[in-house]
Unconditional design. Sequence first.
Length: 229
Amino acid sequence: MQFTHETPIGEIVAFDFRTASVFTEAGIDFCCGGKKSLIESCEEKNIDVETFTTGLQEVTSTPISASQNFKEWNLDFLCDYIVNTHHKFVLKTLPELVFYTDKIASVHGENHPELKEIAGLFTQINEELRQHLQHEEEDLFPAVKRMLANPNESDRAIIRSEIDRMTGEHDFAGGAMDTINQITNGYEVPADGCNTYQVAFRLLHEFEDDLHVHVHLENNILFPKAYNL
């Protein structure tokens, strides 16, 4: 891919998913922030765009594996992949994180009041994402599959309506996790943090990493293609 400083970062990652590691290491949100240009994203993080571009070129210097070439996958297969990989992970992890964030807030909240904010944010994430995943599995993804088999205006309207709403829901979940990342200083466990504290922060970090990939696959690949069916 030939990209410039003005290329949206979501397009860069959509073309070659290996670049995601470079953006993640720099703390650049390539999923919800995927419409921002490369130079805009670098300037927000005070990163030299030329040095960053060199890093992107290094990871893309060899041919991409078909297993990571999500942009070329059929949409029905991509829908199934998202459900079986990311939805399953989210549904398994949500109750664990609700428990752990509540637990550490109740035990350590007096010395670390930010934990109460984290618990509150994750309660909202839990509620929003459960509904979000249900709408994807029951409404959006079936409409995409029907549209692929038999194009029609009814399913086209469903797809566009659902995508318009779901993009905003992605922004909420991504923004909430960004806030948690910031107030925990990148999930840094304090000196008085117990084992439960460590487990909670490790799971939060894993959850955020998975959410970035999950939302990227939808915002930057599946949604644009489905919207134009």
